[in-house]
Each structure stands twice: as C-alpha cells, then as structure tokens.
Design a protein around this ligand. Structure first.
Ligand code: NAP
Length: 262
C-alpha cells in the first residue's frame, strides 16, 4: 500500500495484449499502477488506464537488460508493490539454426533473465513485509518441445517450473506466486514472433481479456497455477502423458513456416 492508502500493482508488458488486460483488471479493483513495456505505446496504454480513475506511472524500458529492470524497480520509488504481474515476454518463430542469435538471446533475456531479476527485487521487499502477490505469465507452451519455436517454449518451461519452486520456497511467508499458463491468445504475439505464416498463427485464439481475468482471479486467491480455457486444460493434461518426441512433431505441424497452407 502507498502513502495514500492505495494498493499498488506493477505490470510488465502492459502496452498490449494480456498485460494490458491484466492492468485493466488491477485498475478495476482500484490498484494504482506502475506499468512497463519497451516501446512508446506504453504511454498510450497509461492514458487509457488513467481513464479508469487510478494513478498510473508508465515506464519505457527494455526488460531484457539489467538497466531496464533497475529503471522499472527504481520507478516504484521505494513505495511497496502489493502485486507484481510479471508478464512481459515474446516469441520467435522459425528453425533455430536459421534464427539470428541476438533475437533468440533477446527472448531468453526478456522471458527468463529480466523476469526473474525483477521478481527477485520485488519479491525480497514483499517477503520483508510478509505480504504480496506475484503473478507470472508462463504458457502451456512450457509443457511441449516447441519445434520451430524452440527457444520460446524452452523459456516458458523454465518459467512454469520456476514459479512452482519459488512458490514452495515462499510458503508461509505471506507472499504467493501464481503461474498463468495461457494457450494461443489473440494478441500481437504471433506477428511479433514472425509466425503469421503458421497454422498456430492463423488459428482462432482466446480473448486476452478472458485470459487475464482468469489469471488475475487466481492471483488474488493465491492459487499456484492456472491454465486458461478448457481446451488448453485438456491439451496440457494430454501433453503430460505424451512422449516428448510426439509433442515435438505435433508442434512442428502447428508452427513450421508455411504450415498455414498445408
Ligand atoms: N499470445 C499468446 O498466444 C500467448 C500464449 C501464452 C503465453 N503468452 C505470454 O503472454 C505474455 C504477453 O504476451 P501477449 O500475448 O500479450 O503479446 P503482446 O501483445 O505482444 O504483448 C507483449 C508485451 O510484452 C512487452 N515486451 C516484450 N518484450 C519486452 C522487453 N524486452 N521489455 C519490455 N517489454 C517487453 C511488449 O511491449 P513492447 O511492444 O514495448 O516490447 C508488450 O507489452 C508473454 O509473456 C507471452 O509469452 C502469450
């Protein structure tokens, strides 16, 4: 809670998609917001969120870098963050050997390194106060080897696993960790990942507002994990008993460039 007695939520990747909708969930509940993204669209998102009657601080920072994470953490100015929604992330389609390595590294640095750096900083403060909610956007992609999106799926396997471990470490601390695992969702994700020429890029997807509502509710309840949408729940249950080689082959059919035409 800040000096005005209002709860504060920090939401990363809040300029578009699931993160913007998570920020809307927080604003609807009266949280003041500190929101972040890498490009200037974060200022427009902040303007829209302010219209919901809450105070919004927008931070433009590349969260794949230590400097970007430091900038965001510093923007809180020492005020307690009651809820951290670590959602920023992006994908990268195509065959791994054909990807530019700096782009692949940016996926790892954003989805893993920057994410856990921020969680460690904010999480330490929460533990010291004995209260806090952390929601991390993982993915059902973490359950399957992602042929033609190999690095991305690997990062989400890391995040899904990390969340359960951190949650366990923090049990009885007053701080809860929740992992939101969406399936394919209608956002800018697939365009940014250069995956519009894939079957998964073209298929009908979930509404980001629905996905965010499910994740936000799970965070408030302090649940460990939530897979949004019944189809994704079925898919992840099946994935848990399917050999990895078979999952990789299934993923190829969805994510190989040109699979939208086959
Ligand atoms: N869409 C799906 O099918 C799906 C499924 C499962 C999980 N997810 C996960 O959901 C999360 C949100 O993705 P989305 O689907 O909502 O996609 P999106 O619309 O592309 O939103 C991604 C958000 O993350 C921000 N971001 C990405 N890299 C960043 C960086 N290095 N520094 C700061 N901000 C960064 C983007 O801001 P900038 O534009 O400024 O970079 C944007 O605000 C991601 O973690 C993604 O992996 C998505």
């Amino acid at each position: 809670m800040n000096q005005q007695g209002t709860r504060v939520a920090m939401v990363t990747g809040a300029s578009t998609g699931i993160g913007f909708e998570l920020a809307r969930c927080c604003a609807r509940d009266g949280f003041d917001l500190i929101i972040a993204a890498d490009d200037a669209a974060i200022a427009e998102a902040a303007d829209q969120l302010r219209q919901m009657g809450v105070s919004v601080k927008a931070v433009q920072a590349d969260l794949s870098t230590a400097a970007g994470v430091e900038q965001l953490y510093g923007a809180a100015g020492g005020q307690p963050v009651d809820a951290l929604l670590a959602n920023a992330g992006h994908g990268l389609g195509g065959a791994f050997l054909d990807q530019a390595f700096d782009k692949a590294r940016h996926v790892v640095d954003t989805n893993i390194t920057g994410t856990i750096d921020l969680i460690q900083r904010v999480g330490r403060d929460m533990r010291a106060r004995g209260t806090g909610r952390i929601l991390v956007t993982g993915s059902i992609a973490g359950f399957m080897p992602g042929s033609f999106q190999a690095v991305y799926n690997g990062t989400k396997a890391f995040i899904d696993s990390f969340c359960f471990a951190l949650r366990n470490e923090l049990k009885d601390s007053g701080v809860t960790v929740t992992c939101l695992m969406p399936g394919p969702t209608e956002t800018e994700f697939f365009e940014r990942a250069e995956m519009l020429d894939t079957r998964i890029g073209q298929q009908t997807k979930d509404d980001p507002a629905d996905v965010a509502r499910v994740g936000y509710a799970a965070m408030l309840k302090g649940e460990g994990d939530v897979v949004s949408g019944w189809k994704n729940k079925v898919q992840s249950a099946i994935a848990s008993v399917t050999p990895s080689a078979m999952l990789a082959q299934q993923h190829r059919k969805m994510a190989e460039p040109g699979s939208d035409r086959s």
